[in-house]
Design a protein around this ligand. Structure first.
Ligand SMILES: Cc1cc2nc3c(=O)[nH]c(=O)nc-3n(C[C@H](O)[C@H](O)[C@H](O)COP(=O)(O)O)c2cc1C
Length: 226
């Protein structure tokens, strides 16, 4: 067999062997169930009950709960202009949402990007990334014990084009709005979380394989209360 055919056969048999970070076959785009837009919980109750939670029962979250939390973070609530559950300076929308999912019955382990235009999870990296992410965040235990972790990132240029130097402050403010939505939606679902700001930016970017222009802003481990 000549060199060309040997190489062709190799790539046919081991399509991902040269890059272990390609999404695996098991990871597919996941259509999340439609989020609830009304509910029985008052707004006052989650405001009263919200507390940071750092240890979790270990049970995986249901797919509809992950979808509900994604919607609370960045769901589109007005289709014409793409307005979202959280406010955005000049509707420039710098924020992006990712999930690390581990040990879930419905969703294979890996990193997913939340695409809010059609409420889906797009595979990014396969595997259990909790250990790596925890190491990038001063080994915080809450990340290791959470079955799902949301990562909030921001693409500064989107806002910078309109607001110049003020964009950095706006992007951080927006991460705060998003995180508070997730805290409150979590209380309504019985899901605990904590905002993690203590991490090494570059190391988190490396774990998530994000480009330099996308900044990790907050890590939010999510799980049922123990
Ligand atoms: C900007 C910011 C960064 C934070 N970083 C961390 C963190 O890295 N790890 C952690 O366990 N909690 C972190 N927290 C959560 C605070 O410790 C927590 O909000 C505070 O103790 C008050 O408790 P409460 O949220 O239950 O009201 C952070 C909170 C904020 C606002």
């Amino acid at each position: 067999m000549n060199y060309f055919w040997t190489l062709t056969l190799f790539f046919f048999l081991f399509p991902f062997s040269l890059n272990s970070e390609q999404p695996s076959d098991a990871m597919k785009t996941i259509s999340l169930p439609d989020p609830l837009r009304t509910g029985d919980t008052s707004i006052e109750e989650p405001l009263q009950k919200r507390r940071s939670v750092r240890s979790f029962s270990g049970s995986s979250l249901a797919m509809h709960e992950i979808g509900q939390l994604a919607w609370a973070a960045q769901g589109i609530t007005q289709t014409e202009r793409g307005f979202r559950t959280a406010p955005s300076a000049g509707a420039t929308f710098p924020i992006e949402i990712y999930f690390i999912v581990s040990g879930n019955d419905e969703i294979p382990d890996g990193l997913y990007h939340y695409r809010n235009s059609d409420h889906t999870l797009i595979p990014v990296i396969p595997g259990d990334l909790r250990d790596e992410l925890s190491r990038a965040a001063l080994r915080q235990e809450s990340i290791l014990s959470a079955p799902v972790t949301m990562i909030i990132t921001g693409i500064l240029q989107r806002t910078e084009q309109r607001y110049g130097e003020r964009a950095l402050r706006y992007m951080h403010m927006e991460a705060g709005h998003v995180a508070q939505n997730v805290y409150l939606q979590g209380v309504a679902l019985g899901v605990g979380t904590v905002v993690i700001g203590a991490f090494n930016d570059q190391e988190v970017s490396n774990v998530l394989q994000r480009p330099a222009e996308e900044h990790p802003l907050y890590i939010m481990p999510l799980g049922y209360l123990p």
